[in-house]
Structure formats: C-alpha cells, structure tokens
Design a protein around this ligand. Structure first.
Ligand SMILES: Cc1cc2nc3c(=O)[nH]c(=O)nc-3n(C[C@H](O)[C@H](O)[C@H](O)COP(=O)(O)O)c2cc1C
Length: 324
C-alpha cells in the first residue's frame, strides 16, 4: 500500500497538519523524531509577517532537521500577501500552503480563511499570484465550502487551474466547525476530478481512520491534526498499518514519559522555562488522557511552575500507571 516516490517520500503522504498555537519548531521536531516525514508551520498571518512582527518571526523559526517543511499563509489582501512572500525569501522551506480553511470568527470576519470559500473568484486570483511569485510549490488547504458542499469541486478545480500543486481538503464545511461526519464522498469527488494530488483531512485520529480516508476517497495522503496531540507515535502506527496491516502496540507508560520529557526539553530550549511550561501544560493533559486515575495529575499540571514540578508529575504518571 505504501509506494516510494523520490528519496524520503512515501505515498500515501502522511502529513503533520498546520495547527495554530501548536505547530511550532519544538512540536514539529518532536514529531519528526517519532516518524513524521512532512510537517507544516501553523498558519502565519500575511499581514503580521509583512510587518515582521516578533511573534510571527518566532513562529517561522526552523532548523536543518525541520525539513521538508510547509509554511502556511493566511490572508485575503494581495498587497500583504506579496509583502509576506518577500519576507519569506531568506527562509528555507519546501511548500507554501494557502489557508482557505480556518473557521474562526476573528479570521473569517476579515474575509480570510474559510471566508474565501464564498469568494471563489478572489481565492483563485490570490492563488494565481502566489503560483506566479512563489519559488516553491504552492498548495491550498480548503474546507468543503462555507455552509454547503455544492461548490467544493468548483473551488478545488479553480485552485488547480490557478496552478497549485496539491489541495488539502478538510471534509467539513466552515459552519460545521469540527462537528458532524467527515464527508468522504465529497473528497472522493474532488480526487476523481483533479489531476493534482488531493490530501484528505478530518478525524485522522488512528491508523484505522487514516486507512478509511484513503480507501473511501482514493486520496493521495492524509493530514494528521488532533490525532498527533500528545501522540507522536501515530505516524509510525499509520505507516505500519498501511504497509503491513499491523497495529503497533501502544506505548508503555515509560515510553509516554520519555516522549513527554523530550518534548518538555525541546519546548524549554525554544521558549525558555517559564513560557515553555505554559505551552507544555496542555500537552501533559493530552499525553495522559484516556488513562484512569490520572485526573488529579492533570489538575496539578495546570499549576506546575517549574521544569522540576512538571518532571515530578511525569514520574507520578508513570508510577500510577505501573501500579494500576
Ligand atoms: C488546535 C487546532 C489548530 C488548527 N490550526 C490550523 C491552522 O493553523 N491551519 C489550518 O489550515 N488548519 C488548522 N487546523 C485544522 C487542522 O489542520 C485539520 O484540518 C482539522 O483539525 C481536521 O483534522 P482532525 O479532525 O484530524 O483534527 C487546526 C485544528 C486544530 C484542532
């Protein structure tokens, strides 16, 4: 089921999603260490990037190990999008993705993200500009539409006509948010009618879910998003399941602790101890969810003030699981 293309690339592609507030360098590096082969930055506002805002430049930090890397741009104004491209000139990355998928009100109320699905003509013009001006392949991340799926194929075809190299399709509309079933048949329709790779997104929370997306849509790859939160094992698990039909056994509590410590160290190296703890708390919750008797630990994690506090909570997690 897994086919090799060029060195380092396998089909189907299994891609770490752009995740706003999450997909920073330490998160990407951790997932790569566990088997992720392609990762995206979180969405980067073209306007903030055009001003080289400090926070935005931090989101764009990368290193030689962090490849191949996709950077995702968010915007609706060609002026800022072109300025943003100019700011990207000195950075090393492999794909530029454009966001027509974000459903957040503070994004769509400014005509950005999924709001562009209501303005297919404008979206196509932006994509044409990006394809013309950008020096790496350009892709589009879209939802099926604003409130209906009726035009999803037209939008995807317009993107292909604009010259994009692939489309990532989250199989829900904007108004659905994360509710309701993923519409596999809509993704299949897009895949069947396009000549460029189509990558499916939505509810890829397990190896079986990845296989279901590939089988039901015929798409060329999957985007792993919420499924990677506190779960960097998912990439190898999916590859193993697709290539050998085998489920790798879930990580032991010790392995979970090792991953947590590694992520904590990477996060501290990047953000410094104080900010890293704030960023890491939610990961502690994700790593330990689903395990019985660990709720008090998650409550305490929200109060952890130092690396030492967090390491103690990680050790407590292991000892509770060992004695269970
Ligand atoms: C916390 C969070 C942040 C996200 N940030 C982005 C983003 O910056 N850009 C984007 O295109 N999609 C973003 N998404 C959407 C995901 O990339 C993905 O398409 C969506 O979560 C569906 O996949 P899933 O059901 O497997 O999580 C985000 C999703 C979540 C949960």
């Amino acid at each position: 089921m897994i086919r090799s293309t060029k060195p380092g690339f396998l089909l189907p592609l299994i891609i770490l999603a752009p995740l706003s507030g999450i997909s920073s360098l330490p998160f990407r590096v951790l997932n790569r260490e566990f088997g992720c082969r392609f990762a995206f930055s979180e969405m980067i506002s073209a306007r903030s990037l055009s001003y080289s805002s400090r926070r935005t430049m931090e989101m764009l930090k990368s290193n030689a190990y962090d490849r191949p890397l996709g950077i995702q741009l968010l915007g609706a104004d060609t002026y800022y999008i072109l300025k943003a491209l100019d700011r990207l000139k000195d950075l090393k990355f492999d794909v530029l993705d454009f966001n027509a998928a974000c459903p957040r009100k503070k994004v769509t109320s400014h005509g950005k993200g999924a709001a562009l699905l209501r303005e297919a003509g404008k979206l196509k013009e932006i994509l044409k500009t990006l394809v013309k001006e950008c020096w790496v392949p350009v892709t589009l991340k879209m939802r099926l539409g604003w409130d209906s799926r009726e035009y999803c194929l037209d939008i995807a075809k317009a993107a292909q006509d604009a010259g994009v190299n692939a489309v990532f399709v989250h199989g829900r509309t904007c108004v659905q948010g994360y509710r309701g079933e993923v519409d596999y048949s809509a993704i299949r329709k897009i895949k069947r009618n396009l000549n460029i790779p189509v990558i499916g997104s939505g509810d890829i929370l397990s190896p079986e879910a990845a296989k279901k997306m590939l089988d039901k849509t015929g798409c060329d790859g999957v985007v792993v998003a919420r499924g990677a939160l506190g779960n960097p094992w998912i990439f190898r698990e999916i590859e193993e399941f697709l290539s050998k039909g085998k489920m790798i056994s879930r990580p032991s509590p010790e392995e979970v602790a090792r991953a947590m410590k590694r992520q904590l160290d990477l996060t501290i190296d990047f953000y410094g101890e104080r900010n890293a703890l704030i960023k890491f708390r939610k990961f502690y919750i994700w790593y330990t969810r689903g395990f019985t008797k660990t709720k008090p630990l998650r409550i305490n994690a929200a109060k952890a003030r130092s690396k030492l506090d967090m390491l103690e909570l990680i050790e407590e997690f292991v000892s509770i699981r060992r004695n269970d």
